[in-house]
Design a binder for this molecule. Structure first.
Ligand SMILES: Nc1ncnc2c1ncn2[C@@H]1O[C@H](COP(=O)(O)OP(=O)(O)OP(=O)(O)O)[C@@H](O)[C@H]1O
Length: 254
């Protein structure tokens, strides 16, 4: 397992800096959670790490995001967004194997290769959707759709997973269940999770950072005790939650 090291990350849109000189290490095989107010630059930082912010006339980018072992980072990343981004005319199976099919030679794209079919069925089983293989996304609940999105992320089988508020639109119980499932299935991956929810960050994060200010900077990390996903009946967690909410409230007001 390798760390992902972000050094001197700077990004401006139309000469307005969103963040400058940010340093952050995503520890290999651990979850790093990033909190921050709307518009502070969380998604921009995720895009920076994924190499999706290309310098142009309006966007200026500098700094590096590198794997500690020296290999290219962008081939090792899977991305999970808040919207499930499922194609409505494709079945669950076709949606989660889309990446594999797009990477096959053109004449084979219509059909899922047998090794991918087996892998997809195994993953759908693990996310509890083995009875929805041929279903269209419109016939699924919000939680089921996000489970398909998680299955698609797992199909990519990448060691680094960038998650942009993937549970944000779900009800409280579905959200807790999906947090637990993601934790189990992404065990040993290096995960960066953006969330607006301090409790989610404290349940899932080995390290929890807060991005704040203009240009944005990272606060020192909080390192909650215990294995993830942390239980909600853990009094230490609830006390940290209270402290973190107070801290966020004061920092936002400052
Ligand atoms: N392509 C763009 N061109 C110009 N400005 C942009 C562009 N993308 C984002 N911004 C601006 O950069 C800032 C950071 O945006 P970003 O999407 O990274 O914030 P965020 O913290 O992810 O917000 P949210 O939590 O609301 O999704 C915002 O002020 C936004 O308006």
């Amino acid at each position: 397992m390798f760390d992902v090291i972000i050094k001197g990350a700077s990004l401006s849109y139309d000469s307005k800096p969103v963040f400058t000189g940010l340093n952050l290490t995503l520890k290999g095989g651990q979850w790093t959670c990033l909190l921050g107010g709307s518009g502070v630059g969380k998604t921009s930082l995720l895009r920076f790490i994924a190499g999706l912010n290309i310098s142009s006339q309006d966007v200026s980018v500098s700094g590096t995001a590198l794997c500690q072992d020296g290999f290219e980072l962008n081939q090792r990343i899977a991305w999970m967004a808040q919207q499930d981004l499922l194609l409505p005319w494709f079945s669950v199976l076709d949606n989660i194997t889309l990446g594999q099919r797009l990477r096959s030679p053109v004449f084979r794209r219509q059909k899922v290769a047998s090794e991918h079919l087996e892998q997809a069925k195994d993953i759908l089983n693990r996310v509890g959707l083995s009875d929805k293989v041929q279903e269209l996304p419109q016939n699924l609940s919000g939680g089921q759709r996000q489970r398909v999105a998680l299955a698609r992320t797992l199909m990519e089988n990448r060691p680094v997973v960038l998650m942009d508020e993937p549970f944000g639109a779900l009800d409280a119980i579905t959200r807790l269940n999906l947090q637990d499932l993601a934790c189990e299935l992404l065990h040993n991956r290096t995960v960066l999770l953006i969330t607006h929810d301090p409790l989610e960050a404290l349940r899932l994060g080995h390290q929890v950072y807060h991005l704040q200010g203009h240009p944005a900077r990272l606060t020192d990390p909080i390192v909650p005790p215990g294995a993830i996903p942390r239980s909600l009946d853990n009094s230490q967690l609830m006390s940290l939650h209270g402290q973190l909410l107070e801290r966020l409230r004061h920092e936002e007001a400052a």
